[in-house]
Design a protein around this ligand. Sequence first.
Ligand code: MN
Length: 130
Amino acid sequence: MASELILIVEDNQRNLKLVRDLLQYQGYRTIEADNPADGLQLARSHQPSLILMDIQLPGMDGITALRYLRNDPMTADILVVALTAFAMKDDQTRFLDAGFNGYIAKPIDIKQFAQQIQACLHPAREGDEQ
Ligand code: MN
């Protein structure tokens, strides 16, 4: 079963708790930061399999944080998925163009979430499990 480490960077405590609970229920290990600076540090020190990155964050936005991750050899190859309330088509394109590996729209769809995470971690197996 899944035991990959996932870093959640989210400043909204309710969203953070929801995402954490859903991930842990699926068997993932989680670490978390409520601001991008701490998130960048945790990414370096813990080398998570996946980072779920909120876009609207204090200090710098998620796209800027992603740029730092990609420019750092220690974190350049980590999968990073945008966690965002901006889910219009233009925004989706903007996130993928910025270098995110995917995006998950907020509010979180509790029924879809596990599959979305699985698809992010293992793209080849996308859709083979409900
Ligand atoms: Mn936020």
